[in-house]
Design a protein around this ligand. Sequence first.
Ligand code: AQP
Length: 330
Amino acid sequence: MATVFSGIQPTGEVHLGNYMGALRQWVKLANEGHDCTFSVVDCHAFTLPYAAADLPKRVFETAVAVLSTGLDESKVNIFVQSDVPEHTELAWYLSCVAPMGELGRMTQFKEKGENKDSVGTGLFTYPVLMAADILLYRATLVPVGHDQLQHLEFARDVARHFNHRFKREVFPEPKPYPLTLRIRGTDGNEKMSKSRGNTIAMLDSQATIWKKLKGAFTDPERTTLEKPGRPSVCNIFTMHGVVTPAATVTEIEANCQNATIGCGACKKVLAESLETELTPIRSRAAALNAEPERVTELLKVGAERCRARAKETMAIVKDAAGVRGALSRP
Ligand code: AQP
């Protein structure tokens, strides 16, 4: 069984891209019995400007969304990153072995820093913090989307550099668990993203989901009902692949290609499938929202379990690096 770590940023409402692309896989990995740790990575959200007054609410909502997917919190560690200060502590040690040249090649930094007058150092060193998140739990398997693969490769390099420098196998090299699915936004072009305003939230009501689905882009070349559609380029069809029963997906694919089903009817089927999928999630979220102190308690227990593990790793890291302050002397 693998040790799994993954995180989600509290940068907005958790959407169907996050759910289909990542959270559903988290539930699968947990159900397979892997040792799973999942975090609301609020320190990562600090890398770009945000309204401080909104952050606590965002963190809470993100935690509720993660918990409501059906993860069994007695078996899985779920916590807020800033509750375990060893993440930022380890990030410092790792930054001292992380090659600057590699950081400079990170495409996400180039994208997120583009056209900004000034960016914080944290945006540049973000992959070091991500490496610390993973290596703190000595994770061996990390669910990552295509856009994070480069950061995981960096984390592997950092683990190698640290082990080599201190001649000890402190960190295993984490392997990617590729998240290949990419859900586009309702605008049809870009990745569905919290910051792009093109999302369908996982916890949106049935009526809101339908309203957003009705307006969502499909195959841009299917301009009339009579024209055959191309399911392979249609975002609606991608989502069918996740939540609609396989036999129905096959039927929809053929009917779209033969122009015997229109986009409206196809979206109706998707709305029904989403309703079946999301109803239990919505009711778990409602129960959690009705008991906010229970959510806080779950996150507290998760953070305590993670801190215990994090402290163990930091003791090994410091021992390997010969770091001994007065308080850590025997
Ligand atoms: N559209 C998507 N399709 C498939 N997977 C997605 N993920 C995000 N968007 C899609 C996956 O969700 C996980 C958590 O994402 P994150 O919050 O850590 O960061 P992100 O990828 O930057 O998500 P957003 O929504 O695009 O946030 P913003 O707008 O703040 O940058 C990740 O595993 C990610 O792959």
